[in-house]
Design a binder for this molecule. Structure first.
Ligand SMILES: NC(=O)c1ccc[n+]([C@@H]2O[C@H](COP(=O)([O-])OP(=O)(O)OC[C@H]3O[C@@H](n4cnc5c(N)ncnc54)[C@H](O)[C@@H]3O)[C@@H](O)[C@H]2O)c1
Length: 348
């Protein structure tokens, strides 16, 4: 098949591209390289079944042309993660709402099966764990920009359902903390990148508050497999699926596992949220997916054990970010994860 991956130069998108090429498909990517990297797709640039356009999903003429000529669309392009959305809320909202609207409008026009990437963020502060696809969601006020990412993804889902209501074949995947090779060291899910870099450099591994908050870290091969199932299983059409592992890990436990796997002597240091994000920061204490629907309809279950996935990810970091590249002056990555005096609460 001919398949369009929006955001295909990104972390998950480029791993999806590899899987699609290995299945024999012809793959088209549109990505404006805002957080995506040419390094992520360098190895396939000369591939006869791979085509790349460096442009925005907001370019309606381009999207019309691209979607007209493919059989299927995986829509992953987005301004991803709370940090970027807080830095520039307007860009985040326009990309994540209008961009998805453009993709869905064109996919509907040419009647192309579509998968929309959503996020576990849409559950907000819900404590109704495990989080089920049809459960209620809970958010903070609109004056707090962090919630605009979750809201935009929720609007995307409403858009998708509105088109599904017209019979269009569309499915939605809600990703839970994906990690693995090509993870942007400074991007979404960076707690794993942060701990790996801190452990490799022997810096303190900084855990927010008591480190008792939990996440379900999901290896990228599982994330990709769930996405492909959502795009191919006939019964997936018109539904939303949690795509994630259900192994619940505290951030403190994660730090300890990574320290051991790296073979590091780093100390684990606790930092109050308020030192980093101010007084009014709201964090989700537990984020655990209900995995029953994905298992029943898609036959999906995350399979990669955390330790194995982390070992592979650490191996990739060692190769992509060799120690020389982490030396002061060679990149700002080492310094990026070093806690500031303020974060450590100096003088308090
Ligand atoms: N990584 C996770 O754990 C996670 C969790 C939940 C949801 N998601 C969703 O998965 C998708 C992929 O995320 P990712 O983690 O790979 O992040 P990523 O930042 O690596 O990927 C997003 C890609 O979209 C591209 N992009 C941004 N704006 C664009 C535009 N206007 N036009 C074209 N391309 C544009 C970026 O350059 C990047 O390559 C996103 O939709 C994200 O919201 C990811």
């Amino acid at each position: 098949m001919k398949i369009l991956v929006t955001g295909g130069a990104g972390y998950i998108g480029s791993n999806l591209v590899d899987a699609l090429l290995s299945e024999g498909h012809e793959v088209h990517v549109v990505d404006n390289l805002s957080t995506g990297k040419i390094d992520n797709i360098q190895h396939v640039l000369g591939h006869e079944r791979f085509h790349f356009v460096n442009d925005s999903i907001l370019n309606r003429t381009l999207m019309d042309r691209l979607i007209a000529k493919v059989d299927q669309v995986y829509h992953l392009a987005a301004v991803v993660g709370v940090k970027y959305v807080v830095d520039d809320p307007l860009k985040g909202i326009i990309t994540n709402v209008t961009g998805t609207e453009v993709v869905l409008q064109k996919a509907y026009k040419y009647w192309k099966r579509t998968v929309i990437a959503s996020s576990s963020e849409v559950y907000g502060k819900s404590t109704d764990v495990p989080l089920a696809e049809e459960a209620d969601r809970l958010f903070g006020p609109t004056t707090v920009p962090r919630w605009s990412y979750a809201m935009a993804k929720a609007v995307d889902e409403h858009f998708a359902y509105a088109y599904a209501n017209k019979g269009h074949p569309v499915s939605i995947v809600r990703y839970f903390n994906s990690y693995g090779p090509r993870l942007d060291p400074k991007g979404y899910g960076s707690v794993i990148a942060k701990f790996i870099t801190q452990a490799r450099l022997g810096q303190p591994m900084t855990v927010f508050d008591d480190g008792g908050q939990t996440r379900c870290f999901t290896y990228v091969n599982d994330t990709v497999r769930g996405t492909l199932l959502a795009g191919t299983v006939p019964e997936a059409v018109g539904h939303v699926f949690n795509i994630g592992s259900n192994r619940e890990t505290t951030v403190l436990e994660l730090a300890q596992i990574i320290r051991e796997l790296v073979g590091s002597g780093s100390e684990v240091q606790q930092i109050p949220y308020r030192n980093v994000f101010g007084e009014h920061f709201e964090e989700t204490r537990r984020r655990v997916p209900d995995i029953r629907l994905a298992a029943e309809v898609l036959g999906f279950r995350a399979e990669t054990p955390l330790e194995e996935g982390l070992r592979k990810t650490i191996g990739w970091f060692r190769q992509a970010w060799p120690r020389e590249k982490l030396a002061p002056g060679r990149s700002d990555l080492a310094g990026f994860f070093e806690p500031s005096e303020q974060e450590l609460g100096a003088g308090r």
